[in-house]
Design a protein. Structure first.
Length: 435
């Protein structure tokens, strides 16, 4: 038989521990109180039994024989009654292990009237005590033992107490887990490219300290990345001037193989520097103002620009939406994706559709070799190039997809890559629809 599994969530584990401990403690307390109440009730009942039986037998013994029957109904009790006969046939009771009520009855009248006890079989087990009165008449005490009476309100109180335990356990677990849940959600939504939500620093000391530490960490990460991007942008920008001077000097050189090589190297350097500046600027993609654009017209214009330059780019589908976005950033994202499709597949096809949730999906499809599955996420890293030859004309700078990823996040979208079943790559940009 497999052992029960330990709950997977911290809230369930804490609730299980607290509730188990409280129920055990409450159960022990209730059991001890109930046992004490049982002992007290039993002693009181047996004491009343002894006194009542002693008085009733003495009274019946002193009454005239013809008046005894009229008094029996007045002497009867809930668990025992009196009979002026030999009683029912039964089995002699084992006096080595007698019923406690039989012991009390014998203790009450045994000195004056010898008592013989018999167990009476039947649907309701009970026993009878037989004795002989002073005038020789038989008297039978018919005893039907019953449980110690329990107050009707006791089960209700028990259920109410259990409900209070459950409520207190739930409240305690929620108070303990809620700050941790908020912290986990804040970490999950931590975005170095945008200011994330600031955690509420109110509450217990430990919660407030953790919130302050997270808010401080978030600020430091943002400042650190901003500083690094500013440094990258400054270096890339400053490199353009000496590269331009070097190109001017190369132009003055006599035509030769070395001159062509220098010119090619300087072009690659200049392209890399421009891409570096573009990547640094993409980290601050939220600086562009939002405006509404007709998405279908926007995509048609973009595709027509490529077609006018003789590129094999096509567009299918439509969204019928006015999208609130940053058009320059959106154009840069789609241009980078189309350029990659043209470079590695020779053609690009844009497909526009809306999913069941109303989001807009813009897919850029190509017929190229695709990307290995283990590299589909790696290509979004800056300067990561799938092309192993390190040739800039075929592999690029490794910043195109990184820039597209940064700008997609700034647009509130999601950029994913997937290999197509029939070959080629599908770059999908998911945008929230706001008509």
């Amino acid at each position: 038989m497999p052992l029960p599994r330990w709950p997977s969530t911290l809230a369930a584990r804490l609730a299980l521990i607290f509730l188990t401990g409280l129920v055990l403690a409450y159960g022990l307390s209730f059991a001890s109180q109930f046992y004490e109440r049982y002992q007290t009730g039993r002693d009181v009942m047996l004491g009343n039994l002894e006194s009542d039986v002693s008085t009733a037998v003495a009274l019946i013994d002193r009454l005239p024989a013809d008046e005894r029957a009229t008094w029996l109904s007045l002497l009867d009790r809930r668990n025992y009654r009196y009979r002026l006969d030999e009683g029912l046939p039964g089995v002699p009771m084992d006096m080595a292990n007698p019923h406690m009520a039989a012991v009390s009855i014998e203790r009450a009248i045994g000195d004056r009237f010898p008592v013989r006890f018999e167990n009476i079989p039947g649907p309701t087990p009970h026993f009878q005590g037989h004795l002989t009165l002073s005038d020789g008449q038989p008297l039978t005490i018919d005893v039907t033992p019953g449980p110690i009476p329990v107050a009707q309100w006791l089960p209700v109180v028990l259920l109410l107490q259990l409900a209070v335990l459950l409520g207190c356990t739930w409240l305690a677990v929620r108070m303990a887990i809620s700050p941790l849940t908020r912290l986990a959600q804040a970490v999950d939504h931590l975005d170095p490219d945008a200011s994330g939500p600031v955690l509420d620093e109110r509450g217990p000391q430990e919660v407030a300290y953790a919130a302050r530490a997270f808010n401080s960490l978030q600020g430091r990460i943002g400042a650190y990345l901003k500083e690094r991007m500013q440094l990258l942008a400054a270096i890339s920008h400053d490199l353009q001037t000496p590269i331009t001077r070097m190109k001017l000097r190369v132009e003055q050189m006599d035509a030769s193989v070395e001159r062509e090589r220098l010119w090619s190297d300087l072009n690659e350097m200049q392209h890399l520097v421009r891409e570096g500046v573009a990547y640094a600027r993409s980290m601050d993609g939220t600086s562009e103002a939002l405006c509404r654009v007709d998405l279908d017209a926007f995509l048609d214009s973009l595709v027509c620009d490529y077609q006018d330059s003789g590129q094999a780019v096509s567009l299918t589908g439509s969204s019928g939406l006015l999208l609130e976005t940053r058009p320059h950033a959106l154009r840069r994202v789609l241009s980078n994706l189309i350029d990659n499709a043209l470079k590695f597949g020779g053609s690009a096809r844009l497909e526009v559709q809306r999913d069941v949730q109303g989001k807009v999906l813009v897919q850029v499809l190509d017929e190229g070799p695709g990307i290995a599955e283990e590299e589909l996420q790696e290509v979004f890293k800056p300067f990561y190039r799938v092309e192993s030859s390190r040739n800039r004309s075929t592999g690029g700078t490794g910043l195109g997809l990184a820039i597209a990823q940064q700008l997609s996040q700034a647009l509130g979208g999601r950029l994913t890559l997937a290999n197509r079943d029939g070959g080629g790559l599908c770059a999908q940009l998911e945008l929230g629809a706001n008509a």
